[in-house]
Design a binder for this molecule. Structure first.
Ligand SMILES: Nc1ncnc2c1ncn2[C@@H]1O[C@H](COP(=O)(O)OP(=O)(O)O)[C@@H](O)[C@H]1O
Ligand SMILES: [Mg+2]
Length: 332
């Protein structure tokens, strides 16, 4: 049984094929600058196509800022980067009112969050107050500053980078804020030969700065997002996402499992992965592919499993192994 927009003979397939081609071009261009990290970048792009925000979390020096910046360039979005520091104020993110002597009135000067893609670099180095100013923008698509509420233009996406919470001088993001990121992605160290390749490329270009030409524009991205919205989802696949998410709530190592926002993100992201593969329907494999990135950051370990060094990634992997995959034969 199909739920949502069914496949139509009126051109739905060419739209998906075009979207898949554009997506691959974005990833290819990003790959000319970023070495490796193929899977995190595919998931980051899928999250944007699904209308979400992305958290890149890993140790310093693994290419998080570079990846976020390069993907933004390839997407052709208006791009602003803000380095989050302990002394940053909410108004440094949202903007503030400036007195204009000519009109004798206060005028709102929009902050860097008024952009297409906002890179919140090292987000966990700033205070909770400033973090929550960004949270409102992410969750509501609007900014409240000094009594006025301004709506952000679409597309609006946040790429945040963060260091693991054990690092000195960091403020861990509260659960409510983590939940607003569709995915949390880790990079890990470069694979065999990857580190040499990073250095060879740096020597080859004879400068630090990198650049890629944009593949699409803001309007192009809105069209790709519309293609994702048109993708069909089978009830069995929805049921699978719900059972996986419920599985995180019942796992013995978990105190608080993922909410319906998590199961919904599995399906929304699954649809974007389907489009990147040129399909107009979602397979259980799409849900599997993104499950760790979607669910792990939404789980709270019990104190004892935390003390034993269990990771929430491990928990999601275990849940994936426990829950039976539906054997729906895909249409199309
Ligand atoms: N996967 C990678 N591909 C290309 N360059 C990389 C990669 N990882 C690290 N680098 C290089 O290492 C440096 C640190 O990268 P950066 O993005 O600032 O790391 P992070 O934000 O994770 O601390 C940069 O000079 C970058 O060019
Ligand atoms: Mg960085």
């Amino acid at each position: 049984m199909a739920v949502g927009t069914d496949f139509r003979p009126d051109g739905a397939l060419p739209v998906i094929a075009d979207a898949a081609r554009a997506g691959h071009e974005v990833l290819d261009r990003t790959g000319t600058v970023v070495v490796g990290a193929t899977q995190p970048l595919r998931l980051a792009l899928a999250a944007v196509l699904a209308g979400g925000h992305v958290l890149f979390e890993d140790l310093p020096g693994l290419g998080k800022t570079l990846a976020a910046k390069t993907l933004a360039q390839a997407l052709g979005l208006d791009f602003r980067r803000l380095q989050f520091t302990p002394d940053l104020l909410p108004s440094d993110v949202t903007g503030s009112s400036i007195f204009n002597p000519a009109t004798r009135e206060f005028e709102f000067r929009p902050g860097p969050v008024f952009t297409g893609l906002f890179l919140a670099d090292e987000i966990n180095r700033t205070s909770p107050k400033t973090q929550s100013a960004l949270l409102e923008a992410m969750a509501e698509g609007q900014v409240s500053a000094e009594g006025t509420t301004l709506v952000l233009r679409r597309p609006f996406h946040v790429f945040a980078t963060s260091n693991p919470i054990e690092f000195e001088g960091t403020y861990p993001l509260p659960e409510a804020q983590l939940d607003r990121f569709m995915v949390r992605l880790r990079f890990g160290y470069p694979g065999p030969g990857g580190e040499q390749e990073i250095i060879t490329r740096r020597i080859g270009r004879r400068r630090e700065a990198t650049e890629v030409a944009s593949v699409i524009s803001a309007d192009g991205l809105l069209a790709l997002q519309a293609a994702v919205e048109a993708v069909d989802v089978d009830e069995d696949v929805i049921d699978y996402a719900v059972r996986l998410t419920a599985g995180t709530r019942h796992h013995p190592a978990i105190e608080v499992g993922a909410s319906p926002r998590g199961s919904q993100a599995l399906i929304l992201l699954g649809r974007a992965l389907a489009v990147l593969d040129g399909r107009s329907f979602v397979l259980p494999e799409d849900v599997k592919e993104c499950a760790v990135a979607v669910l792990a950051h939404r789980l709270t370990l019990t104190p004892s499993s935390w003390a034993q060094g269990t990771s929430t990634e491990q928990v999601v992997t275990e849940v994936l192994a426990q829950i039976a995959t539906p054997t729906t034969a895909p249409r199309g």
